[in-house]
Design a protein around this ligand. Sequence first.
Ligand code: PEP
Length: 251
Amino acid sequence: KTLRKAVIAGNWKMNKNRAEAKALITDLKPLVADASCDVVICVPYTNLETALAATEGTNIKVGAENCHFEKSGAFTGEISADMLTEMGVEYVIIGHSERRQYFGETDVTVNKRTKAAIAAGLNVILCVGEMLEDRENGITAELVAMQTKIALKDVSKEELKQVIIAYEPVWAIGTGKTATAEQANEVCAIIRSVIAQMYDQAAADAMTIQYGGSMNAKNAEELVAQPDVDGGLIGGAALKAEDFSVIVKAA
Ligand code: PEP
């Protein structure tokens, strides 16, 4: 654990207009200024410019919530990785379960987006996680291993340095139902062993693996204290400066 830095990343989803975004960041800045972990906020595309301006000169990094895998072309409504880096965006969430569930994202397109984002110079927050049914069927380990392997297909060991993995059990996202610290740690450790198999132990030891799923100001401390949990990806609780800053302080 001492080999890697914890990262607390907020996922604002489809929330906050520009004025609200500015106000939230203004409140957040002093509360996380002395953070010992890395702090990232992933915001809707329409808030990227506002967020970049509002976080200038601070320790808060800005990310997008998705990007397309092609560099440019006839892909109406899409945003390329290069468009993000050109703005100064440093992070991007790829493969969030809401994109997998509602927007036809597959392991194969997650892999394409991951490679495109890496090539553009972005840091990727790669999301994996099982549905409740998978957990009940006892296939969590296999499923998460498969998602990880496909997402990272043809990603080199050097490129892997630009990747953070977020383990997000789908049944815990936005439900108020958090994985226990043991459950979170168990699957994060499984993902780490998959990275060791695919690359080597040094790469696995250096890989930041977050937990996400109803992490909040109350439960964050226990979750991030787990040996294989290196921070968190935070949805609902990232929309309130006070709550988010408590999670940042716990990491
Ligand atoms: C998420 O969207 O990545 C997430 C973890 O959401 P929540 O914290 O609201 O469960």
